[in-house]
Design a protein around this ligand. Structure first.
Ligand code: SF4
Ligand code: SF4
Length: 355
């Protein structure tokens, strides 16, 4: 049986307020938020974007969703978790200040922001899953405790996941710091002395203090490194390399199993909305922005796997090439394939285009 994925098309230069009204019409007409009950504490999981990025989902959509949820006499809130790497989103105080600066304050959205994993990213709940890699995963407690969940995701390319959308927003974005570390732990980078300029950027950004500047180059202590990939992202001299061999596959599978842990407690109480707009080569954590696809629209489904499978197909179809040809040249389908293998969600979908 195929899972329904609703599609609202947009074109380049679309108007966000108009698109938000069309999304609202679809949700109302199809009753897509009817699972929300009176007095539910409903989490809306999104990503506030890095400073300077322009691709993340605009506040007007979140405001609209919040108003629809409040109309059901429930109590919606925006939620996020802390990043593994150092920066504006490493702890709840910095992250909240960042969210306000990005335009997600209460005055714009009508929604309080509650960090699901607490002040330091360590407030977690162990969720049992029958995975191939994990028997349990560490999910941010605020997400687990929320009565219902709306996952608002932006489709982008990603240097290790291949692409990021609902599964990544849930798997990485809703896990605690330990959960994130566990997903990244199989990837360990190396620094090439011949390319390293000893600029120190990797030392500054490494969350584990695993890098030191030595006589010839920066050097990573493999015993301390947590495999987060931040050094790869910040090095401007291509001096950091990963032995990605098996790690793309392992990371993508681990992320998918964490997403399963998020969905496990939300059967019938979760909706996913994927934005295929302002699509960039890198995820919204990366400050640079390279647009790689036209604006396509919004996909809505109760099933994150169906939503992501449809999103990926639609982006490739619209660009006319496979994802590695316009984003990162890595294996990129493990999220979908592993979800099918473990029985999380349904990658077979029926696309229903909204009028
Ligand atoms: S950021 Fe790159 S060039 Fe700079 S010290 Fe680190 S590895 Fe070397
Ligand atoms: S050295 Fe390891 S822990 Fe430090 S930034 Fe690089 S991948 Fe992350």
């Amino acid at each position: 049986m195929k899972e329904k994925v609703y599609f609202i098309p947009v074109s380049d230069g679309f108007d966000d307020d108009d698109a938000s009204r069309r999304l609202e019409d679809l949700i109302r007409e199809k009753g897509l938020l009817d699972f929300i009950r009176e007095r539910d504490l409903t989490a809306i999981k999104t990503h506030f974007g890095e400073g300077g990025k322009t691709g993340h989902v605009r506040p007007c959509y979140l405001k609209m969703l919040g108003e629809m949820i409040k109309a059901r006499k429930a109590k919606p809130f925006l939620t996020e978790t802390q990043t593994l790497y150092k920066g504006n989103r490493t702890d709840a105080v910095s992250h909240l200040a960042h969210a306000y600066a990005q335009g997600y304050g209460y005055e714009r959205t009508g929604l309080p922001i509650i960090m699901a994993d607490g002040l330091f990213g360590d407030e977690e709940t162990e969720v049992a899953i029958p995975g191939k890699i994990y028997r349990s995963v560490k999910i941010a407690s605020g997400v687990v405790k929320a009565s219902s969940l709306v996952v608002v995701s932006h489709f982008t390319g990603h240097m290790a996941a291949g692409f990021g959308c609902a599964i990544k927003n849930m798997g990485m974005g809703c896990s605690s710091r330990k959960g994130k570390m566990s997903q990244h732990s199989s990837a360990k980078p190396k620094i090439s002395a011949s390319s390293c300029t000893r600029c120190g950027a990797c030392v500054q950004w490494c969350p584990a203090s695993a890098v030191t500047i030595q006589a010839d180059s920066a050097v990573i202590d493999g015993a301390v490194c947590i495999g987060c990939g931040q050094c790869l992202a910040v090095c401007r001299f291509d001096a950091v390399t990963y032995d990605w061999g098996a790690t793309y596959e392992v990371l993508q599978k681990k992320m998918t199993e964490h997403a399963w842990g998020v969905a496990a407690g939300k059967k019938g109480t979760m909706l996913c909305i994927n934005f295929l707009t302002r699509i960039s080569k890198d995820c919204d954590c990366v400050t640079s922005y390279e647009r790689v696809a036209p604006d396509i629209g919004m996909l809505v489904s109760f099933d994150p796997v169906a939503a992501d499978a449809a999103s990926l197909d639609m982006v490739e179809e619209r660009v006319g090439r496979k994802l590695p040809q316009f984003a990162y040249q890595i294996p990129y389908r493990h999220q979908i394939d592993h979800a099918r293998e473990i029985g999380f969600g349904n990658p077979d979908y029926e696309l229903v285009t909204a009028s």
